[in-house]
Design a protein around this ligand. Structure first.
Ligand code: ADP
Length: 231
C-alpha cells in the first residue's frame, strides 16, 4: 500500500513542486501518472524512493513510515521498490545476464541462487536466449526489458516505471508495456509515468493527472489528451 497525506515538496522558497498531495494506491494496482513537463511527476516518484524528502506531509509505503525511516532502513525500502528509467541505465560492459545478476551480487546472493533466479526473470521479460548479448547489440525495447528484469529480480512489491517508453518506437513501447502488465498480473503494484496518450487510452487503468504540483484528476479507466484535458 502507498499512502501520501498532504505531501508538500519545495525545492526553493518560491516554487512548490508538489502541493499537499494526497494519494492512496492499493497493493497490485496499476496506476498511470500523467501531466505536463514540470508538473511534479518525477518529484512524486523521488519521494516514494526516498531520493527526496518532503517538506511536510506523511508518506507510508508497504508499512514503512518515511518519517521514522533511518538510514539503515533504506535497503529495506530499496527491496520493496524497483525502478526503471527512460534511459535504461544498463552497465555497458556487462552482458544481459550479468546486468541482471549484478543487482543480486551487490546484496550478497550466491552464485547458485543467481544462476537459478536470473534466467527465470529473463524469461518473464521475454529475453530468453539473449543472456550473452551486450546492451549495444540490443534494440531499445530489449534494453528496457533488461532494465525491468533487473528491477524485478529481487521481487519488489512495487515497480516504478518513469517514462519507460520515452525513447522507444511504438512497437517496442508496447512490448515494454505488455511486460509491465504481466508483472502486474503476477501481483506487483505498477506506477507508470508516460506522455504517450495512445498507451494511456489503450491500457484503461487508473490515471492520476498532476498539474502544477497538485492532483487535478484521479480516475479509473480515464482517457487522456496530451494537452491535459480529459474526456
Ligand atoms: P515532471 O517530472 O512532471 O516533469 P518534476 O517533478 O521534475 O516534474 O519538476 C517539478 C518542478 O520542480 C519543476 O518546476 C522543476 O523545475 C522543479 N524541480 C525538480 N527538481 C528540482 C531540483 N532538484 N531543484 C530545483 N527544482 C527542481
Amino acid at each position: 500500500m502507498i499512502l501520501l497525506d498532504r505531501v508538500t515538496k519545495t525545492y526553493n522558497k518560491n516554487h512548490t513542486a508538489l502541493d499537499r498531495v494526497s494519494l492512496h494506491v492499493e497493493p497490485k494496482e496499476f496506476v498511470i501518472i500523467v501531466g505536463k513537463s514540470g508538473a511534479g511527476k518525477s518529484t512524486l516518484l523521488k519521494l516514494l524512493t526516498c531520493e527526496e524528502r518532503p517538506n511536510s506531509g506523511k508518506i507510508v509505503v508497504g508499512g514503512l513510515d518515511y518519517d521514522k525511516l533511518r538510514d539503515r532502513d533504506i535497503p529495506l525500502l530499496r527491496r520493496k521498490i524497483g525502478v526503471v528509467f527512460q534511459d535504461f541505465k544498463l552497465l555497458p560492459n556487462k552482458n544481459v545476464f550479468e546486468n541482471v545478476a549484478f543487482a543480486l551480487e551487490i546484496v550478497g546472493y550466491g552464485t547458485h541462487e543467481i544462476k537459478n533466479t536470473v534466467p527465470r526473470v529473463l524469461d518473464i521479460v521475454g529475453l530468453k536466449g539473449k543472456e550473452k548479448s551486450m546492451p549495444l547489440e540490443l534494440s531499445g525495447g530489449e534494453r528496457q526489458r533488461v532494465a525491468i528484469a533487473r528491477a524485478i529480480v529481487r521481487q519488489p512489491k512495487i515497480l516504478i516505471a518513469d517514462e519507460p517508453t520515452g525513447n522507444l518506437d511504438p512497437k517496442h513501447a508496447w512490448d515494454v508495456i505488455k511486460v509491465l502488465e504481466k508483472i502486474n498480473r503476477y501481483g506487483t503494484t505498477v506506477i507508470l509515468t508516460t506522455h504517450n496518450q495512445d498507451i494511456v487510452n489503450k491500457l484503461k487503468r487508473r490515471v492520476i493527472t498532476i498539474d502544477e504540483g497538485r492532483i487535478s484528476s484521479d480516475r479509473a479507466n480515464a482517457k487522456y489528451h496530451a494537452e491535459g484535458t480529459k474526456q
